[in-house]
Write a protein that binds this ligand. Structure first.
Ligand code: AP5
Length: 217
């Protein structure tokens, strides 16, 4: 599978991507995880990205395209990839098309996970994430708590609340999504790649992806 996961913050892109990787060996590429790893490592990319991320703003397109150009050429992408949180703007989507053409790759679909705003707000304030940059497992204090409070089931690292999870940043991220990322729904509809799934259960989203066959060009 080579697919893009679209959807507002908290729609469940990361959760669905992690489950989809179990199906066919495709890998999850989350620009958010890559950036948080860089912030935690304190490297140059992290220093440049931190301010934007904490405010809930998008990191500049040039930085993101630099990351993705390298990432998509790594050997583990050959079995397929799930792009989680990328592209985020029309210029990123256009640059991705150019990059995929250059690499001789074709997307199978762009999945828009459509979840009501009240569900999203509730999920984001109750989400917890593994602090180990190599793991980044996702939990939820209500629906999916770790077995031992505050400790990751998978790697034993502390499970924490993300820095952009305060209410002001969440509301800014949702506004940014509506202004800059939601137009991608129309972009991928025109490309004939869009699958919209209105569901709050990740199982329903995965089932819709499994059943989808793209319309003939
Ligand atoms: P990023 O990490 O991509 O964050 P996001 O898009 O805001 O998405 P989230 O990770 O918040 O949500 P999600 O949809 O993955 O939901 P999840 O599965 O975790 O980006 C962070 C920042 O990095 C951005 O603000 C920006 O600054 C920067 N950035 C990243 N990419 C960029 C780009 N391309 N360009 C520019 N800047 C970029 O689920 C949420 C919660 O809900 C969890 O607790 C989960 O357990 C729970 N949940 C999920 N599904 C279900 C379900 N079915 N039932 C019950 N609970 C559920």
């Amino acid at each position: 599978m080579k697919l893009i996961l679209l959807g507002a913050p908290g729609a469940g892109k990361g959760t669905v991507a992690k489950q989809l990787t179990q199906l066919d060996g495709s890998i999850q590429i989350s620009t958010g995880d890559i950036l948080r790893g860089a912030v935690q490592a304190g490297n140059e990319l992290g220093k440049q990205a931190k301010g934007y991320m904490d405010r809930g703003d998008l990191v500049p397109d040039t930085l993101i395209m630099g990351i993705m150009e390298k990432r998509l050429q790594e050997p583990d992408c050959q079995k397929g990839f799930l792009l989680d949180g990328f592209p985020r703007t029309i210029p990123q989507a256009e640059a991705l098309n150019v990059l995929l053409n250059k690499l001789g790759l074709k997307l199978d679909m762009a999945v828009n996970i459509d979840v009501p705003r009240n569900v999203i707000l509730d999920r984001l304030t109750t989400r917890r994430t593994c602090s180990n940059p190599k793991c980044q497992a996702i939990y939820n204090v209500k629906s999916m708590p770790p077995k031992k409070e505050g400790i990751c089931d998978k790697c034993g690292s502390p499970v924490v609340q993300r820095e952009d999870e305060i209410e002001a940043a969440i509301s800014h991220r949702l506004d940014t999504y509506n202004q800059k990322t939601a137009p991608l729904i129309g972009f991928y509809e025109k490309e004939g790649l869009l699958l919209t799934v209105s569901a709050t259960s990740s199982e329903a989203v995965i089932e819709a992806i499994r059943k989808y066959s793209p319309p003939n060009p």
